[in-house]
Design a protein around this ligand. Sequence first.
Ligand code: MLT
Ligand code: ZN
Length: 460
Amino acid sequence: MPTARDIVDQLSRLLPPERVLSAPSDLEHYGRDWTRQVAPAPSAVVLPGSVEQVQALVAWARRTGVPLVPSGGRTGLSGGAVAANGEVVVAMDRMNRVLGFDAADRRLRVQAGVVTESVQREARARGLLYPVDFASRGSSQIGGNIATNAGGIKVLRYGLTRQWVSGLKVVTGTGDVLDLNQGLVKNATGYDLRHLFIGSEGTLGFIVEADLVLAPQPPEQQVMVLAVPALEALMPLFDRLRSGLVLGAFEFFTDQALSHVLAHGGKRPFQGSAPFYVLAEFDADDEAALACFEAAADAGEVADGVVSQSRAQAAELWHLREGITESLASRTPYKNDVSVRIGEVPAFLSRMQALFQREYPQFEVVWFGHLGDGNLHISVLRPQDMAADRFAAECGRVTRLLGEVLHEMGGSISAEHGLGLLKKPFLRYVRSEEEIALMRGLKRVFDPDGILNPGKVVDL
Ligand code: MLT
Ligand code: ZN
């Protein structure tokens, strides 16, 4: 493998030299994502400006054996965009143009480096909606969203990113450029390779362009936050709200999670407190909301609650849920992001809470997530008196215990954060040996030299 200096020299002949970065601050900045557990150590960072330049980088990597790490907004939480072993980070920041809009197809063609919030703005400007949404919308890029099949807070109504991608241009690990599905609604011509790249975490190819389908704007939305006195009330409440309202989101957090947001400037939604809270977003309907609330209160499913009366209030309520990650960030939590079938959420929750109490009473465990999707985020905070390496080892054990329960329940060890570096070792809990062997076979087809995002998803 060439030295870091040789790598920078060679790359500077391939790309305009100002697009090749090697200052320690750049290596630090581009070498990591929002996962803080792994130290970045790339050899260099490059900022290609065209598909041809991406192809040239792939050809160079195949010649030299220096691997490439595709990089978007780096908001991932499993280490999928971390370059920890001398790789070259290929950041898509400069490929950030909107390429066109087709009104009949409601199709927006974008380069991979367009930020999610810009896509949402472009859609709004045309009276439409790009419905994939999450707290990191201001930094995450569409290429990264597609590479991780991003979920977020609107999955209940709109599904995952996969549903909104009608075409993809990719550069594979062999340097081939593939134009997949070209924005078609119907295309019954064999294997749909587009879907292999969605969620592949940059291990099969670079996503360089995408066709995104836009949705009609929904009616005005309202938000309610409800205090839920007992675990057993969560699913009956979900059923009640989805029968009585047109529901767009059904999110959940514990009182402990709320306390972190309140400590960071969040506003308490009402006086009373409860062990659990639910945030529901729905097509505005004061009357139906009140009827649901009253019926839920009579059934003992809610102890208190508030319904937004303005957009500002709705945003304030959303902040109680969306602000959790930021409020925990300074504690560098160890995150698990799991899913079970929706009906099994209460059983899973009580099983895991009992397990944490029994095995790890000293850990503060913060629970929140997308309850309507069966997706729970479990953030474990390091006790002040525990050394970082012991904490990391214990958290590995926590994930193995989780893996065993999820294996038994047919759940997933990563619902929406991907495998990255952190969750790859736990893949065997939720995918069979045969399935993993087939995934490896696919990796060999698209990236025979193993130059794309090594150490993520599967090995060659
Ligand atoms: C969320 O739902 O807020 C995100 O997935 C981030 C997180 O799990 O911390
Ligand atoms: Zn989430």
